[in-house]
Design a protein around this ligand. Structure first.
Ligand code: NDP
Ligand code: 8X3
Length: 249
């Protein structure tokens, strides 16, 4: 059945791949991100109906204005994929930059909350809906220099559990999808455009691609109404944990 699916952070990586996959499945999509031209380019490539909304998830007013004033035909959202997020920097906490911390916490935690607060009431009124939060292995483990990013993804993990409890009586599904290393624009953003450092993250190993995570998201979205996958960790075969990555020399 054709569904209406809102994906945050659809301009790159996992969100873009998820948009492509859901479109191939015939669903109608609301695609969001800050880079409007990328949203429009993606819309032009896709075969199904798409509504593009460019906004910054950190801006509470903008999130509310865009998502609480959707055109009528787009108001009944079946699935929300809370994917927009980022890491900025990777170093000891005692040397951390406050601005990096704020970007991560404002995007990964507060942005996810603002979007969910705008969309969940409609799902509850319709007594159905599925919120899929893109967490991370960084929400299950902590690694050197990961401090604030890991804290933000532990918060996503906790919020997924909390949403599931709070929305239980309303029949809303909540899934936390926690990937390991995925080669997207993530490391270029984390290392502020330093390509060597970014490439080094995936050196000698085969990481996940955005499409691999998209397939997991599509799978958790495909279960029958009485079945919910609460939490799913998806790793490259070459990665056993944040601390154990097998690299070919
Ligand atoms: P990318 O950098 O490729 O994509 C990130 C997406 O988030 C972009 O579409 C970007 O859009 C959007 N975004 C970032 N900040 C904002 C903002 N303030 N407002 C709106 N949109 C924003 O990274 P990934 O695809 O890898 O990351 C997607 C999610 O997956 C993130 O939550 C990340 O933490 C998580 N993740 C990534 C892993 C990895 O190894 N890559 C592993 C585990 C989880 P734009 O810049 O246009 O606003
Ligand atoms: C992204 C994966 O290991 O860089 O969430 O934190 S990791």
């Amino acid at each position: 059945m054709k569904k209406t699916i809102l994906i945050t952070g659809a301009t790159a990586g996992i969100g873009e791949a998820t948009a492509e996959l859901f479109s191939h499945q015939g669903h109608r999509l609301i695609l969001t991100g800050r880079r409007e031209e990328r949203l429009e380019a993606l819309k032009n490539r896709l075969q199904t109906e798409v509504l593009c909304l460019a906004f910054d998830v950190r801006n509470q007013d903008e999130v509310g204005n865009k998502l609480e004033n959707l055109p009528e035909a787009w108001q009944d959202i079946d699935i929300l994929v809370n994917n927009a997020g980022l890491a900025v920097g990777k170093g000891p906490l005692q040397e951390g930059l406050i601005d990096d911390w704020e970007r991560m916490l404002d995007t990964n935690v507060k942005g996810l909350l603002y979007v969910s607060r705008s969309i969940a009431p409609g799902m509850i009124a319709r007594k159905k809906g599925h919120i899929i939060n893109v967490g991370s292995i960084a929400g299950k483990e902590v690694y050197p220099g990961g401090n604030v990013y890991c804290a933000s993804k532990h918060a996503v993990d906790a919020l997924s559990k909390a949403m599931r409890i709070d929305m239980l009586q309303h029949g809303i599904k909540v899934t936390n999808v926690a990937p390991g290393l995925v080669e997207t624009e993530f490391s270029m953003v984390r290392f502020k455009g330093d390509k060597d450092r970014a490439d080094n993250v995936y050196n000698g190993m085969e990481p996940l691609r955005g499409k691999d995570v998209a397939e997991v998201i599509a799978y958790v979205a495909s279960t029958p109404p009485h079945v919910t996958i609460n939490d799913i960790v998806v790793m490259p075969t070459a990665q056993a944990s944040s601390h154990h990555v097998h690299r070919e020399q």
